[in-house]
Design a protein around this ligand. Structure first.
Ligand code: FES
Ligand code: FE
Length: 443
């Protein structure tokens, strides 16, 4: 019934607020979105040598990510094939075999079952060990050191999925010799929030910055113009991906190459195209997202009176319709001087780490959306009406610019809802497909 109600709304182009946190919709999202799309698992620098492993999640599916003896990165369902126990529960480490705590079956780095307690004595000749290896995650792919996987055998190739986002990822991840490295381990914490709202917040909503993060301007840890987040472009890339690239009111950044040391600039000029250099050298902040739940932020943030850059990647792992587990990676150029790396890490901790100023501003408002979601009057409250309700920002004001140096549709301000609408559209498509499939099944 709920699904029918949503379908009726969707057919009319309506986005009801109750759908954000509805339990049946969430179940559809798990299957149609998290079960189908490419999901970010980690960065290659987290798996340094053969036997290195990390444990991750794709929504509710536990994943064991390992580097094999041949140096390949493989992903398995992190569940023992005997009675199904969660196999490895350490966050990371280095091993030759993974042994289940229940009855002691063990699996090697290739996921093969290599040890059965009491073996032939109890199983006789009947057991064919080859048939009891760990279940591989259907698809694994890598781009610029980012490791992704998909639970869907039919998922499109990762490079097609990323599409034009690759051009921008190259600026953030491919500018330096040796690429980027993760420092520390991904920090994680839970928040009272819906994953769609957190993704929208990062990927497409610089409009909240001047109000919600105003105190950071007053503290002198964000660029000094209170409207700093409005200057620049919002770029819609299709597939629900996109980003905002902020600059200053003049279009020239006061923080050339985001304050990365001048000694690195010739390397950027060598590794990036002139167009990418033009964008990068004049940017103050890159912030965006890849559908459905990977977001990134590359800001300049004040650290002991100095502006410092870093790259933050994060996923919103849904733990239900009203709770997310935030997984948050700090990255910096491998080639950066050690002193800069140290400052960058502190800058991250003070801004978008779990206790960071900007992070707390956001966490607080996300919870406010959840706090009201059970209201009876939510039942007929709409968030958007055929794109003419409150996802209207910039709608009649900004036309796409003609000669933006990068791919995608670029708008001449970051204060637009064009990207939010494209995320919503992608979500509609996948959810509606779920509804249609269900209808077919019941016929
Ligand atoms: Fe793993 Fe039995 S459940 S060995
Ligand atoms: Fe924010």
């Amino acid at each position: 019934q709920t699904l029918q109600k949503l379908k009726e709304k969707l057919d009319k182009g309506l986005m009801p607020q109750w759908a954000v946190t509805d339990k049946d919709i969430y179940e559809l999202e798990r299957r149609q979105i998290f079960g189908k799309t490419w999901q970010f698992l980690g960065h290659e620098s987290e798996l340094k040598e053969p036997g290195s492993y990390v444990t991750r999640w794709i929504a509710s599916d536990p994943v064991l990510l390992v580097k094999t003896n041949s140096g390949e990165i493989k992903a398995f369902l992190n569940s023992c094939t005997h009675r199904g126990a969660h196999l490895c529960t350490a966050d990371f480490g280095k091993k030759k075999t993974f042994t289940c705590p229940y009855h002691g079956w063990s699996f090697n780095l290739e996921g093969e079952l290599v040890g059965v307690v009491s073996g032939k004595k109890v199983y006789g000749e009947k057991m064919i060990k080859d048939e009891w290896g760990l279940r591989p995650i259907p698809k694994v792919g890598m781009y610029q050191g980012l490791i992704f996987a998909s639970l869907d055998h039919q998922a499109m190739p990762l490079e097609d999925y990323l599409g034009d986002m690759k051009w921008y990822l190259d600026i953030l991840l491919g500018r330096s010799d040796g690429g980027m490295e993760v420092r520390g381990v991904p920090q994680r914490w839970t928040a009272q929030a819906n994953w769609k709202m957190t993704q929208e917040n990062f990927a497409s909503d610089p409009y909240h910055v001047q109000t919600n993060h105003r105190s950071t301007v007053e503290l002198g840890i964000s660029p000094s113009d209170p409207n700093f987040a409005s200057y620049g472009h919002q770029i819609v890339l299709g597939n629900g991906h996109g980003l905002s690239i902020m600059t200053s009111a003049t279009g020239k950044s006061p923080y050339k190459y985001q304050t990365l040391p001048e000694s690195m600039w010739p390397m950027f000029q060598r590794n990036l195209s002139p167009e990418q250099n033009e964008i990068f050298s004049n940017a103050t902040v890159f912030v965006g997202g890849m559908f459905p739940n990977l977001a990134f932020d590359s800001p300049v943030h004040g650290m002991e009176g100095e502006m410092i850059n870093y790259l933050n990647l994060r996923i919103w792992r849904p733990l239900g319709p009203d709770k997310v587990e935030v997984w948050c990676w700090f990255l910096i150029d491998k080639a950066a001087p050690e002193e800069y790396k140290e400052k960058a890490y502190k800058s991250y901790v003070g801004s978008f780490g779990p206790s960071g100023t900007l992070e707390q501003d956001d966490t607080e408002v996300w919870a406010r959306i959840i706090q009201v979601s059970d209201a009876l009057m939510m039942e007929d409250k709409e968030l958007s009406y055929n794109n003419v309700n409150n996802y209207l920002l910039g709608e009649d004001v900004f036309e796409p610019v003609e000669n933006f140096p990068g791919p995608g549709v670029a708008y001449p301000s970051t204060y637009t809802d064009n990207l939010a609408r494209s995320i919503q559209k992608r979500w509609f498509e996948l959810i509606s497909k779920g509804l249609l499939d269900e209808e077919e099944d019941s016929q």
